[in-house]
Design a protein around this ligand. Structure first.
Ligand code: UD1
Length: 422
């Protein structure tokens, strides 16, 4: 089998403009939200990534017909009464757990393998299960989760932590529950609001209240919808950070920057100039940025954990010392070990990384440890002197349509290669 890797010659400043793919973390719950109700749903600007492909496999096995024309995906409901999620794809993607709420709502029963995802931490699902239980679900858990209910009933749920997935799973079940549900301490991530907007378009009664909680009035008839995905804020963030890593000027045409305020504050701390308007977001950065004395990841609107690894790569070449602390996923610092291969000076202690920026990283061969960690290695290679090779790119393909295509359009010297070509 051919093994794809990325080959990058670093040291060139970036320059150019691109459109950013649709959001992965928004489309995955939206695909699960196509399960209940009737009528075709069309998702435009649907990203063509491994996680959506795996989700389509799961949905086809449930009897849904999925077809793609250009950037739009059409989902036609199933006649079948299947409630079992197939093992192979489900164990690969964490978001497969969202089929629990969606299938319970539709079929009153769901069987699915314990979900997978990136190797970035423990990632339990206790909050999902507790919230669904409060709505009336019962579970048996072994290698698979078997869930059933005699009927879902709206209630008040107070999440112990504002988990994105648990909030989404609860919404997916609550739209089919009898009566009103209020989710307190709900995740404030914009992807949750995209899910609500999509469900409203299908006819659901769901909204975010002024205090951040989510209110759902269940059992509305869910019909067809056409929905256009917004730009993926994490992919946008990766490319803005790429400009900070390599220097240069980059414009993201379809990114409003509204959901990137924490990153924009960090970019300006690093000395990069960012401006957002009707024509997208533009960043302009010198070849060597300033360090960030202290930063913690946090739930939205804080600095996103998904951009922590790419930021680490930028700070590895900054002009001074930085400290970055990870508060969401404990194993993200696997990336630091790979960055050392480029000559980075990073020490990790518990949940914090201390970075001493070096004047120039050097090219290296490194292995993507997870999805965003893989993107971080690409950013290290862009600023490094000489040639780099990034292997294990399957992780990167889970969330980036084509990172080499995008960065090449922005002026990087980057290409896909395989062992046959060596
Ligand atoms: C989603 C995103 C992921 C992002 C993360 C945080 C998708 C597909 N993935 O993941 O890219 O990094 O939000 O913004 O949208 N937790 C529990 N029990 C639970 C659920 C979560 O303890 O039942 C913990 C997790 O271990 C983690 C924290 O809560 O420490 C955050 O997890 P959560 O917000 O649920 O992230 P995901 O939905 O998995």
């Amino acid at each position: 089998m051919d093994v794809d890797y990325l080959e990058i010659s670093g040291g060139r400043p970036l320059g150019g403009e691109i459109n950013v793919q649709g959001s992965k973390n928004a489309v995955l719950p939206i695909l699960a939200a196509c399960i209940p109700g009737a009528g075709e749903c069309v998702i435009e600007n649907c990203p063509l990534i491994r996680d959506t492909e795996d989700t389509f496999h799961i949905m086809r096995a449930l009897g849904y017909c999925i077809s793609r024309t250009g950037d739009a995906v059409r989902i036609t409901p199933a006649d079948t009464e299947t409630y079992t999620v197939e093992r192979m794809e489900a164990v690969r993607i964490r978001s497969s757990v969202l089929f629990l709420g969606a299938l319970l709502g539709k079929m009153k029963k769901a069987v699915l393998p314990l979900p997978g995802g990136c190797a970035i931490g423990k990632r339990p699902i206790d909050l999902h299960l507790r919230a669904l239980e409060a709505l009336g679900a019962r579970f048996e858990i072994g290698e698979t989760i078997t869930a059933w209910t005699d009927g879902l009933y709206g209630t008040e749920i107070d999440l112990e932590f504002p988990s994105v997935g648990a909030t989404e799973n609860t919404i997916l079940a609550a739209v089919m529950a009898k009566g009103e549900t209020v989710i307190r301490n709900a995740a404030r991530e914009p992807e949750v609001d995209e899910l609500c907007a999509f469900l409203r378009q299908r006819g659901a009664s769901v909204r975010r209240e002024a205090d951040g909680s989510i209110w759902v009035d269940g059992q509305k008839t869910l019909g067809p919808a056409v929905y256009r995905m917004k730009a993926d804020r994490i992919v946008s963030g990766t490319y803005l950070l790429a400009a900070a890593a390599a220097g240069g000027q980059v414009r993201l045409i379809n990114e409003s920057g509204e959901t990137l305020s924490a990153l924009r504050a960090v970019l300006s701390q690093m000395g990069a100039v960012c401006s957002a308007g009707e024509n997208g977001i533009t960043v302009c950065a010198a070849q060597r940025v300033r360090p960030v004395p202290y930063l913690e990841t946090a739930p939205y609107p804080g600095f996103p954990t998904d951009l922590q690894s790419p930021l680490l790569a930028v700070l590895a070449g900054a002009d001074g010392e930085s400290t970055v602390c990870e508060t969401i996923f404990e194993r993200r610092f696997c990336t630091a070990g790979e960055l050392l291969k480029f000559g980075a000076k990073i020490g990790t202690r518990g949940r914090c990384a201390h970075i001493t920026g070096v004047p120039r990283l050097h090219g290296a061969a490194a292995d993507a440890p997870d999805l965003r960690g893989g993107a971080a290695l690409v950013l290290a290679a862009l600023q490094a002197e000489g040639r780099s090779v990034i292997r294990n790119t399957g992780y990167i393909a889970r969330g980036y349509e084509d990172i080499a295509r995008d960065l090449a359009l922005l002026g990087a010297d980057i290409r896909w290669a395989d062992d046959k070509a060596e």
